[in-house]
Design a protein around this ligand. Structure first.
Ligand SMILES: *Cc1c(COP(=O)(O)O)cnc(C)c1O
Length: 420
């Protein structure tokens, strides 16, 4: 793992130090590099043809300031819960800019979505019946589709693979007579004008994702052909582009993904369908870092341990599944400059009261001392923006960085709570 600190990240750490953000009572902060985020969104939009519409998957980072920013940068928003729906609306997304996916929509949520004009992706047959009931009495401008599970298989992380044979999401395309049932459902409902899939997230190879999208695309073409009309006009191909947690390199890039889709699903680029994407992690992960103070160090059983303020509350997956969600950690000195010196294997632990609260196990790093800091890389998505409220640890202050050199500014995006 490349734990070197890039000049940009060194500048962010130095600016945090100058501004005194890591005070005694604020031993842990998050930073989102807003310039990097804008660059990623520009790269996303320019990598795909213009008729692709990109919805940001809100669960990756639901901070109000981030949702507003991605909206201003030209994205729409994918939500999967009433809380995310509300957050998207509060950030200014209009109904038609919201895509609502959730496997557990209540009648109340379906009602709110159809009234707002949000795109609705139906997860299962029972939900379809509820939408039938609603539309028997009301009128909606929503685009409505069905989520299928193309059942193409598993990636490296089972919990992130949504297109296995038995995944809980969508209607299994290969099960029983589902294909025929789906066709009949579209035939009977001219208002079903979209088709959705989301093959999976971190750990899913591009070929697997492309294979799932290819099956979904082929199904849409089949349905339109057998109905003899262009009923399905929108294909939502989901998100899930994996992120490289090993170094600062963006790998795969959006361009790599487009190349893989062009090879696996060339028809997607013909313009015959409007295409919607739902990227989350690949938009935000690399724009974020966590900085945390080393409070104490000790040696137990001959093993050096640094107790820091970053643990399961901001790095939940990494702590609970350390082999699958390994992140880069860099050692910084009390002035937040990268530390050098001989590397020794040490645990970088968090503040939570359970023994597994360790963000890096036996990691070779320059020896950490009390008053030093650690930088946790690639933590802009699903880390501090998705806190785990254990031990009543407080929400952490988050700053947005923009500009460079003397013009580098850090502004508050989210207020933390004081520790006392
Ligand atoms: C989580 C999720 C996404 C985003 O996944 P990323 O890996 O963050 O890109 C998109 N669509 C759906 C339906 C999801 O559940």
């Amino acid at each position: 793992m490349d734990d070197s600190v890039s000049p940009r990240k060194a500048a962010l750490a130095a600016a945090s130090h100058r501004a005194g953000l890591l005070a005694e009572e604020a031993p842990l902060i998050g930073i989102i590099d807003m310039d990097a985020l804008r660059g990623t969104i520009d790269d996303l939009r320019s990598s795909f043809p213009n008729f692709f519409r990109h919805a940001f998957a809100a669960k990756a980072n639901t901070m109000p300031a981030i949702l507003k920013f991605v909206r201003d940068a030209g994205m729409s928003c994918e939500v999967a819960s009433p809380g995310e729906f509300e957050a998207a609306q509060a950030a200014g997304f209009a109904g038609e800019e919201i895509v609502f996916d959730s496997p557990a929509k209540t009648r109340w949520e379906i009602d709110a979505a159809l009234k707002s004009g949000a795109t609705l992706n139906i997860d299962n047959w029972q939900e379809l019946a509820r939408v039938d009931d609603w539309l028997a009495k009301g009128k909606s401008s929503s685009i409505i589709g069905i989520r299928v599970n193309p059942q193409v298989g598993i990636g490296a992380i089972a919990a992130m693979s949504t297109a296995t044979r038995t995944s809980k999401f969508g209607i299994g395309l290969e099960d029983g007579d589902n294909r025929a049932r789906i066709l009949a459902a579209y035939e009977a409902r001219p208002w079903l004008t979209a088709l959705h899939c989301h093959v999976g997230s971190q750990g899913c190879p591009l070929e697997l994702i492309a294979a799932g999208i290819a099956k979904t695309y082929a199904l849409a073409v089949d349905i339109n052909a057998s109905l003899g009309r262009k009923q399905i006009a929108t294909l939502d191909i989901g998100g899930g582009l994996p992120v490289n947690f090993e170094s600062d390199r963006v790998l795969p890039s959006f361009r790599d993904y487009v190349a893989s889709l062009k090879a696996g699903v060339p028809g997607l680029f013909s313009g015959e369908f409007k295409v919607v994407t739902e990227f989350g992690r690949s938009v935000l992960a690399k724009a974020g870092i966590i900085l945390a103070r080393v409070e104490y160090t000790k040696e137990t059983g001959g093993h050096p341990i640094a107790i820091t303020h970053a643990g399961a509350q901001v790095a939940t997956r990494t702590v609970f599944m350390p082999d699958l969600w390994k992140i880069r950690v860099s050692a910084l000195d009390p002035q937040l400059r990268p530390k050098t010196g001989e590397r020794i294997e040490q645990d970088v632990a968090g503040p939570c009261c359970f023994a597994g609260d360790v963000v890096a196990h036996a990691r070779p790093l320059p020896r950490l001392d009390p008053g030093d800091f650690v930088m946790l890389h690639d933590t802009g998505a699903y880390y501090f923006s998705t806190p785990f409220v254990y031990n009543s640890l407080p929400a952490i202050p988050v700053y947005g960085a923009s500009g460079a050199g003397d013009a580098l500014k850090l502004t508050e995006l989210q207020r933390g709570h004081a520790l006392v």
